[in-house]
Design a protein around this ligand. Structure first.
Ligand code: AMP
Ligand code: ZN
Length: 110
């Protein structure tokens, strides 16, 4: 997808703070972190939302790598977020998992 910002990160057309990469996925720091650790883990293949990826093998790979990356970052407790759709807060329509850690993770807040 030529106009997708995360495809551009995958293709190295946009610079990012790379955390991990293999043949299927890439992980990098979120540009506007909401916590001391805020990493995005994405498939290299362009799936607009989780719905588009539901029948792909990529989900199991993504999630097992998410756990490895959290360990690599010494996170004992962390929150994983996938926003699906505009009303849920999805702003980039290339599937991504947020790893959020090292802040108060009580849920719901307040
Ligand atoms: P979402 O709201 O779930 O679609 O999350 C999109 C996330 O992508 C937001 O947390 C943004 O801060 C992040 N983001 C957007 N552009 C970039 C970029 N160039 N590099 C790193 N993170 C980005
Ligand atoms: Zn994309």
């Amino acid at each position: 997808m030529s106009d997708c910002i995360f495809c551009k990160i995958v293709n190295r057309e946009i610079d990012t703070e790379l955390i991990y990469e293999d043949s299927k996925i890439i992980a990098f720091n979120d540009i506007s972190p909401v916590a001391p650790v805020h990493i995005l883990v994405i498939p290299k293949e362009h799936f607009p939302t989780i719905e588009d990826a539901k029948d792909s093998d990529i989900l199991s790979h993504l999630f097992s790598k998410v756990v490895e990356i959290a360990k690599m970052k010494n996170l004992e407790d962390y929150r994983l977020i996938i926003n699906k759709g505009e009303k849920a807060g999805q702003t980039v329509f290339h599937l991504h998992i947020h790893i959020i850690g090292k802040r108060d993770l009580k849920w719901p807040p307040g």
